[in-house]
Design a protein around this ligand. Structure first.
Ligand code: AP5
Ligand code: MG
Ligand code: ZN
Length: 214
């Protein structure tokens, strides 16, 4: 099973992708998480990506596409994967399409987690992320057991650099300009499904599983 999560920044792509990967035993591939891990480790890729991420801009396709294609070629992706944050524009979708069709393969579902802009800013301001393992919390909706500390690994929780209100606005406008056209792209392929991302996480996940098991 190969799934793409579509949706605005903060729509809950990562939250749902993690639950999907656990339930169906497939890999969770997040380009944003890959970049953040590289930033944390101080790699050259991380330094380059950070310049764009901190401004709310997309990392250039030259950097992003190769990383994604290498990642999905790994063994743990053989049983399937859920892509979270890729593709993010039409050229990336076309590269993915081409790579898959060369393998005689295709995407099964592109799930759009639909959340209006008004809800997004509140979600991002409350999000806290683990500096070490990338686990995500929300001060109001998914608080950690101990304040400021990751339940999974005990490391510190921080507000992501790109979750400041002004950067969130920029990410939203980049989303509408470059990423939203993918909704039509995947609709044209007959694989688009939409879930109401304003519902609570468990309800959203029920809608997702209903789609995957239909
Ligand atoms: P990326 O990491 O992909 O960020 P994003 O798309 O902006 O999305 P987020 O991770 O912010 O949100 P999400 O939808 O995963 O929501 P989450 O589940 O955390 O990308 C970051 C940057 O990297 C980009 O800006 C770009 O620069 C670069 N990049 C990445 N991929 C790229 C690519 N392919 N090409 C070029 N550049 C790329 O949920 C958000 C919050 O809400 C959490 O606190 C969560 O707990 C809470 N929440 C989730 N669901 C619910 C719910 N149903 N109800 C209430 N709260 C909820
Ligand atoms: Mg995410
Ligand atoms: Zn952690």
């Amino acid at each position: 099973m190969k799934i793409i999560m579509l949706g605005a920044p903060g729509a809950g792509k990562g939250t749902q992708a993690k639950m999907i990967a656990e339930k169906y035993g497939i890999a969770h591939v997040s380009t944003g998480d890959i970049f953040r891990a590289n930033i944390k480790n101080g790699t050259e890729l991380g330094m380059e990506a950070k310049k764009y991420m901190d401004q709310g801009l997309l990392v250039p396709d030259e950097l992003t596409v190769k990383i994604l294609l290498d990642r999905v070629a790994k063994d743990d992706c053989k049983a399937g994967y859920v892509l979270d944050g890729f593709p993010r524009n039409i050229p990336q979708a076309q590269v993915l399409d081409k790579a898959l069709s060369e393998l005689g393969d295709e995407i099964d579902f592109a799930i759009d987690v639909d959340v209006p802009d008004e809800n997004i800013v509140r979600r991002m301001g409350g999000r806290r992320a683990c500096v070490s393992c990338g686990a995500t919390y929300h001060l109001e909706y998914v608080p950690p057991k101990a304040e400021g500390v990751c339940d999974e690994c005990g490391e510190k929780l921080i507000l992501r650099d790109d979750d400041r209100a002004d950067t969130v606005q920029k990410r939203l406008s980049v989303y509408h300009e470059q990423t939203q056209p993918l909704i039509e792209f995947y609709d044209g392929k007959g694989v688009l499904r939409t879930v109401d991302g304003t519902k609570d996480m468990q309800e959203v996940f029920e809608a997702v599983t209903a789609i995957l098991e239909a």
